[in-house]
Ligand binder design. Structure first.
Ligand code: SF4
Length: 259
């Protein structure tokens, strides 16, 4: 271990670590970020715009009740209302500059979660809610989203906000998917440059079992002297290696096929 520097870790960092510990190490130790593409979920393309609009719309209702859409699509009545408190904590938790926070003094890491929403049940349990815009079929969505809401619930549970209050954190979270209708939905002819979405509410059981193992692996990776092996299936690295090889061949005067 080389040092124990203070760091911030977001869900996107954990996702990057799960994808490739090498890229995670290079980002945090050398400040070199893997490029984002328009179809990566963390990029602020159409996904980001749609997520922000959803957040805005749900916030319009938050003083009174859940967005009426939730009742329409839920399989059974939801025992919850949007969470509000006198300090307007939700606006800080939704803010990219702050978010939910838990500082772990053993690892010197501030764990942060920029959340979409929090609801509260009649039992005073706080429930994490995440809005997702997707082009995928719900059946093909993997476990990443479940890990994400579990991570947010873990941060909330350990935050000083919950630790110093009578609130508890629910054993469930909700994923509110807005799936784009690829055939244009009802406005297919003409679609008038409008995309239509089908909302679905998925209840997700919180799972904390994976968190400690991953976090200690992250801590070791952050403080290791060398970078771990790269993910052999990653297209970024394949491109990088081919690019460097091609440049070297050009500078060495090799006759390259031109297009
Ligand atoms: S394989 Fe290379 S580019 Fe891809 S994620 Fe890992 S270090 Fe980054």
């Amino acid at each position: 271990m080389s040092f124990n520097k203070y760091r911030r870790i977001y869900w996107s960092d954990i996702k990057l670590f799960l994808d490739c510990p090498c890229c995670f190490h290079i980002k945090h130790r050398y400040g070199l970020w893997r490029p984002q593409t328009p179809d990566t979920e963390e990029s602020f393309g159409l996904y980001g715009v749609a997520d922000n609009l959803q957040k805005k719309e749900h916030n319009l209702f938050r003083e009174w009740k859940l967005h009426p859409l939730v009742d329409d699509i839920a399989d059974e009545p939801i025992d919850a209302i949007p969470f509000n408190d006198e300090n307007n904590s939700i606006s800080r938790w939704q803010n990219h500059k702050e978010g939910l926070q838990f500082f772990d003094k053993n690892s010197n890491i501030l764990f942060c979660g920029i959340i979409d929403d929090v609801w509260i049940s009649s039992k005073n349990e706080l429930i994490i809610v995440d809005y997702k815009t997707t082009t995928r079929d719900l059946a093909s969505i993997g476990d990443n989203d479940k890990y994400q809401v579990s991570f947010y619930s873990w941060v909330l549970k350990n935050s000083t906000f919950v630790q110093n209050s009578s609130y508890t954190v629910s054993e469930i979270a909700y994923l509110l998917y807005y799936s784009v209708l690829k055939d244009g939905g009802t406005s297919f002819l003409p679609y008038n440059l409008k995309l239509e979405f089908k909302p679905s509410l998925v209840t997700c059981k919180i799972n904390y079992n994976w968190i400690e193992g991953i976090l200690s692996a992250i801590y070791e990776c952050l403080n290791a002297d060398g970078a771990p092996a790269a993910n052999p299936r990653c297209n970024f690295c394949k491109y990088r290696q081919t690019y460097v090889r091609t440049l070297n061949q050009i500078s060495a005067g090799s006759t390259m096929k031109k297009f």
